[in-house]
Design a protein around this ligand. Structure first.
Ligand SMILES: Cc1cc2nc3c(=O)[nH]c(=O)nc-3n(C[C@H](O)[C@H](O)[C@H](O)COP(=O)(O)OP(=O)(O)OC[C@H]3O[C@@H](n4cnc5c(N)ncnc54)[C@H](O)[C@@H]3O)c2cc1C
Length: 442
């Protein structure tokens, strides 16, 4: 029996676009196959899990809601391999397994994402240079393809489906469950060092100098210009060797209303950035912080996406190859600083080598992610930045994208043709489409 559809109003984390769709809340994997065979409302389906992708990748006329597909199926305490359904949230895995001495091998900057979302975006963490993307921790997974078949795939078995599904933005089928490798840890804390860098060159040098560190990420002042362009605070970290395995209680605050758009402007953000940068007086600081503080600072504020006001926001994340990173970042940061449109949230990270997944984002080089409030001046600026990114051999991250043009996407993702072949092989192009895949003509 198929579940009745619920009309839902949904958006990604950037809160734009917000659409009306038919939602199908799935509790059992068997419910999916009869549902997609019915082809209601023109037939496009996509999974909408935790909605933490920023743009339109989890939006479609029909959305498969996987939050109740959330069982932990098996755990081997000798190997640290957990098998779970795809709607399980990373925070649940942490709650259950951290007290037993296991943590995620790769984690994005929020723990409120599902396992299916983490695989489909092939998300990266602060340890990409050491551990690769989330897919590196996927031992195997079960994917339901449009003809109803459930295919187990891994880096060895049904490899092409695996390479297409990791980073494939839900466009090959529905990930039902996955076996994940967790990493052993001694403590729920991170020994952190913060290094203050005066400009872009110092920031890049510091990333190379701390390349041996397990985790690294820099907050960058995207409105600083001239000799201060690219000034930053680089944070590096190692798992602490002692301390308890329980996370300290976090008292979460929430943003209770949509903050009026006018509050976030060039002057308020510049002032905030200058104070944040100046707050750290010394060049170097060491301390110990909880995993929550180090990995998920934004999770402490629920619904922080309301800070950008009713019209929403977008995150623009680009990566540039190592050899063109300095020149490209300089041009991009100069352009953003001049526009005055940047916000407080601007993050730089050094990626390790790319993997073989057809649509995964990382390349060996620097990645910059910035939040922008949605205003009419923004779209022409981002189109211009796309051109600079492309000229420097880089690309834009699909998990954050809501406005890229198909030509930019097609030129910067060389695995696209292979991806399309796999979609055709499994008949996925007739069933699994999102607003993003339609826009990008995937
Ligand atoms: C505060 C914040 C910090 C973030 N930090 C990072 C970061 O550091 N690194 C990073 O890489 N990303 C980061 N992200 C992005 C986020 O990790 C990804 O967008 C992730 O894919 C969201 O997962 P979700 O469960 O919310 O999926 P959704 O947003 O609901 O869906 C995302 C995509 O996954 C597909 N999908 C989800 N579940 C399934 C399934 N079971 N089967 C098939 N397809 C599925 C959807 O169709 C869609 O295409 C961040 C996001 C936020 C809000």
């Amino acid at each position: 029996m198929t579940r009745p559809a619920l009309p839902v109003f949904i958006s990604g984390w950037g809160r734009t676009p917000r659409i009306r769709a038919l939602g199908y809340e799935i509790e059992l994997p068997e419910e999916i196959s009869p549902l997609i065979r019915q082809k209601p409302q023109g037939g496009d389906f996509i999974v909408h899990a935790m909605g933490r992708s920023y743009g339109d990748s989890s939006l479609s006329q029909n959305v498969i809601l996987t939050r109740r597909l959330n069982a932990i199926l098996n755990f081997d305490p000798d190997t640290g391999i957990v098998v779970c359904e795809s709607g399980v949230i990373l925070s649940d895995l942490i709650d259950v397994f951290l007290p037993r001495g296991w943590f995620l091998s790769v984690t994005p900057g929020t723990k409120f994402v599902s396992v299916g979302g983490a695989i489909s975006g092939d998300v990266h963490g602060k340890n990409h240079h050491k551990a690769g993307c989330f897919s590196a921790s996927v031992i195997r997974m079960d994917v339901l393809v449009p003809n109803g078949q459930i295919i187990t795939c891994s880096a060895q078995t049904n490899r092409e489906l695996f390479l297409a599904t990791c980073g494939g933005m839900g466009l090959t089928g529905v990930i039902l469950s996955a076996a994940l490798q967790l990493q052993p840890v001694q403590s729920a804390f991170i020994d952190q060092e913060i290094i203050k860098c005066k400009n872009l060159q110092e920031t890049i040098d510091a990333f190379h100098q701390y390349h041996h560190s397990t985790y690294s990420v820099a907050w960058i002042d995207c409105l600083s210009q001239g000799k201060d362009l690219g000034r930053s605070l680089l944070m590096v970290g190692e798992h602490a060797q002692s301390g308890c395995l329980r996370l300290p209680e976090v008292c979460r605050q929430s943003v209770p209303f949509d903050v009026p758009g006018i509050c976030l402007n060039r002057y308020s953000v510049s002032l905030f950035n200058a104070l944040y940068y100046a707050r750290m007086r010394q060049r170097h600081l060491s301390n110990t912080v909880s995993l929550d503080t180090f990995f998920y600072p934004l999770d402490a504020i629920l619904e922080w996406n309301r800070m950008y006001g009713k019209s929403g926001f977008t995150q623009y994340q680009l990566v540039l190859p190592l050899e063109s990173s300095h020149a490209g970042l300089k041009t991009i940061l100069t352009r953003i600083a001049r526009s005055g449109l940047g916000s407080f949230l601007a993050v730089l990270k050094l990626f390790g080598p790319a993997n073989e997944n057809y649509l995964s984002f990382p390349l060996n080089g620097f990645t910059l992610a910035l939040d922008f409030k949605m205003v009419s001046r923004l779209l022409p600026l981002l189109d211009e930045l796309d051109g600079i990114v492309l000229d420097h051999g880089g690309r834009i991250y699909l998990s954050k994208d809501v406005r890229m043009k198909p030509k930019i996407f097609q030129k910067s993702y060389p695995g696209l043709e292979k991806f399309r072949q796999i979609r055709r092989r499994y008949g996925a192009a007739e069933t699994f489409n999102s607003l993003q895949s339609r826009r990008l003509e995937i």
